[in-house]
Design a binder for this molecule. Structure first.
Ligand code: SF4
Length: 360
């Protein structure tokens, strides 16, 4: 009787556990294709994909495929069924999402099962026994998902039951300790691997506050057909300084040259662009303000000139100082929308107390 193809698709974060999970299977002669899913929140960008795969192959002997899933991932972020963790991290839905993606790729890669580097009890929420089962069930992966590092503490999966994988050569790791993983790394002669934790910006406390405050507005404005805009909006959330000059208006200032270049690249036709003319300062973007501005101005008792002064004042506050102090200067305002009016005027920097009220 044929046992089926001994090929697995593994979720690969680049952390030690995912490296070990792949190697444990490879040691048994299983072919492993490691999938590294990337989004704006973790694992960088597609541009470096070829280099990354080559490095993983050279360092760990693992064949890694990099796949950008940003669009679908951000749509999941609108309303994760199992909610968020301590910050903006929807860990359970995130894992379900990734497993669904991997399961959908099984025919293309002619894989007969999936694997992850999850360790029972290692993370309080997403790696409890009941959560592991829930993730497996809701992703449609019951029976085909093998966790090689904890497999012998979990019910046997199809690849074990059919003899594709020898259960006796899998592991019974559990809990938060790292000693056994380190010993296993030594066994495989893996010396150079990333430190555990970190890496996911959704779990960053400060970014989470920003996401929580701004994402309802973003999701509200960019509807289902705005997939790429939505991805760009989340890219914007990850750079620079953020302000709400009026409730519902989103204003972003570059922190350095790299931010400034990214802001220019992410500008949409409806965005306003501001920058200092007579000395160095940040590039600033008012995102999609034109749509809501007339109502907002009326509601907040501000006229257009007052709004422009507020925006330019923020730019000057973070621009090059004069004699150690923020100072007045010439600011160019390029309005977005159909009119695309541009003008330059001398404005005053905004006082610190006001800036603090507007910061996100
Ligand atoms: S920490 Fe981030 S990448 Fe990891 S499971 Fe949670 S949301 Fe997903």
């Amino acid at each position: 009787m044929s046992l089926g193809r001994r090929r697995a698709l593994a979720l690969f974060s680049g952390g030690l556990d995912s490296i070990l999970a792949c190697r444990v299977l490879m040691e048994q002669g299983v072919e492993v294709v490691a999938l590294r899913f990337i989004t704006p929140f973790f694992d960088g960008d597609v541009a470096g994909a070829a280099d990354y795969s080559a490095t993983m192959q050279a360092k760990y002997g693992i064949h890694v495929q990099v796949l950008d899933v940003s669009r679908d991932y951000i749509n999941m972020l609108r309303a994760p069924q199992h909610g968020f963790g301590r910050h903006f991290n929807p860990c359970i839905d995130c894992k379900i999402f990734m497993l669904r993606q991997a399961r959908a790729l099984m025919p293309e890669f002619q894989a007969s099962f999936l694997a992850t580097g999850e360790v029972l009890g290692q993370r309080p929420m997403s790696q409890r026994r009941d959560t592991l089962h829930l993730i497996e069930r809701e992703s449609g992966c019951a029976g085909i998902l093998l966790r090689p590092l904890s497999a012998r503490l979990l019910p046997p999966t199809k690849p074990e039951l059919t003899g594709l994988v020898d259960r006796e050569r899998l592991y019974r790791l559990a809990g938060r300790g790292r000693k056994e993983q380190q010993a296993l790394a030594e066994h495989f002669n893996i010396v150079d691997y990333p430190a555990p934790a970190g890496g996911c910006l959704l779990a960053d406390v400060n970014l989470a506050l920003r996401f929580r405050r701004l994402s309802p507005g973003i999701f509200g404005v960019v509807r289902d057909n705005g997939g790429d805009s939505l991805v760009d909006d989340f890219r914007l959330l990850l750079l620079g300084r953020h302000f709400e000059p009026l409730p519902g208006l989103w204003f972003i200032l570059g922190r350095d040259q790299k931010d400034n270049e990214r802001l220019l690249a992410l500008r949409e036709p409806g965005d306003w662009l501001l920058h200092m003319v007579d000395r160095p300062g940040p590039v600033a973007l008012l995102r999609r303000g034109e749509r809501v501005m007339p109502n907002l101005l009326a509601e907040n008792g501000l006229d257009m000139a007052g709004l422009e002064a507020r925006l330019a004042g923020l730019v000057l506050r973070y621009g090059k100082k004069v004699a150690g102090q923020p100072a007045s200067g010439l600011v160019r305002i390029e309005r977005g929308g159909p009119s695309r009016v541009s003008r330059e005027e001398v404005f005053a920097p905004l006082a610190d107390e006001l800036v603090q009220d507007l910061v996100v």
